[in-house]
Ligand binder design. Structure first.
Ligand code: SAM
Length: 347
């Protein structure tokens, strides 16, 4: 499948207009604060963007960031502006043609930004060890529509876990299915290249994440994908696909369910671009200054990450009150209406 994927992204596709699903390029979801940053990016890089979501979490200034399957580097160059001159963004990809475009425009972006804080590496995301990156050295690892293409997803998650700092996070968009995809879909080269054949059933993804040590994956956002090509849609049949963004915090003490210790947090309104509300995930939208009851896992995600300074913390872990109200396990993705974003993972 690797050869098929390299051929698809290196030779078959020339721009995002060639894609056969609605996975890519939903520009309506780009927040206003990000638009000027995208306008600084070279048109050829933008044209060859094949992502399926937004991988720009808050508070990246000074962060060390890794992008898995960076392609021609749209997200790398966007994140480079958010990380600033004291931060660094490294993009990894296995397809030479993609990396060539990314590298070719490096000087252009250094001129635009006034600094060069970007590097591109050729490699496989299942073999991050081979890249000689220092373990526990990244604040944030992102990926946009790539993990589904990997033939060894547990190896990718294990590599991510090894490279993240304690309190760091894997923040990534990908394609998921509402069931395990049948072999006829998985083995179809075009469906595979289009990010559908290798898509994980969402509950298998949650299991893999927990096995890799990410006990409480948080769903940030999701939307249904349309297979716009009729012939491909006939092949995928009843399987429903979703683009979803998850965040996985590297915090050892997280539990596999949301437990209630009677805790709460108060957002200070100090995260850039979020003066009125901080959204941890699709289910935790915290208004500035308001006491917000949280489970033990949410408390730890905020207290042990780069977000700690921006919150006041109420309570501790000395007394347990049972499972946190609303901790559910049904299909987490919405049908495309407003409730979609609110159908979070746990609690
Ligand atoms: C759907 S494109 C997304 C590219 C980029 N993230 C973007 O948003 O434009 C998938 C990319 O992942 C790369 N890729 C797929 N499988 C990979 C693997 N196992 N190791 C490294 N790169 C991989 C492909 O070469 C391709 O550039």
């Amino acid at each position: 499948m690797r050869d098929i994927v390299q051929d698809y992204y290196g030779k078959q596709l020339t721009s995002s207009a060639d894609l056969k699903t609605s996975a890519c390029c939903d520009t309506s979801s780009v927040p206003d604060w990000l638009k000027p940053l995208l306008s600084n990016i070279h048109p050829e890089v933008l044209e060859k963007y094949y992502g399926c979501g937004l991988v720009a979490p808050a508070l990246l200034d000074g962060c060390r960031i890794l992008d898995l399957g960076c392609g021609t580097g749209r997200d790398v160059y966007a994140l480079a502006q958010l990380a600033g001159p004291k931060g660094e963004v490294i993009g990894v990809d296995m397809t030479a043609e993609q990396l060539d475009v990314a590298e070719r425009h490096r000087a252009y972006h250094a001129d635009q930004f006034g600094y060069d804080n970007v590097r591109f590496l050729s490699g496989y995301i299942e073999q991050l060890n081979a890249l000689e990156l220092e373990p526990a050295s990244f604040d944030v690892i992102v990926s946009n529509c790539v993990i589904n293409l990997s033939p060894d997803k547990p190896a990718v998650l294990a590599g991510v876990k090894r490279l993240l700092k304690p309190g760091g996070e894997f923040y990534f968009s990908d394609v998921y299915a509402d069931r395990r995809v049948p072999d006829s879909v998985r083995n179809d080269p075009v469906l595979y290249g289009e990010c559908l054949g290798g898509a994980l059933y969402w509950n298998d993804f949650l299991r893999l994440s927990r096995q890799a040590g990410f006990a409480d994956p948080r769903l940030v956002d999701s939307r249904p994908l349309e297979v716009t090509d009729k012939a491909l849609a006939t092949k995928t049949g009843e399987v429903r696909f979703f683009s979803a963004t998850y965040r996985l915090f590297n915090i050892a003490e997280l539990e596999d369910a949301c437990e209630d210790f009677g805790q709460a947090v108060v957002y200070r309104g100090t995260v850039p671009n979020a003066p009125h509300r901080f959204d941890l995930d699709g289910h935790h939208l915290m208004a500035t200054g308001k006491v917000f009851p949280v489970c033990g896992n949410t408390y730890r995600m905020l207290e042990q990450s780069r977000f700690a300074y921006h919150f006041d913390f109420i309570g501790d872990f000395s007394r347990h009150y049972g499972i946190f109200d609303g901790c559910g396990t049904s299909l987490p993705f919405g049908a495309g209406d407003a409730s979609a974003a609110e159908a979070g993972g746990c609690c």
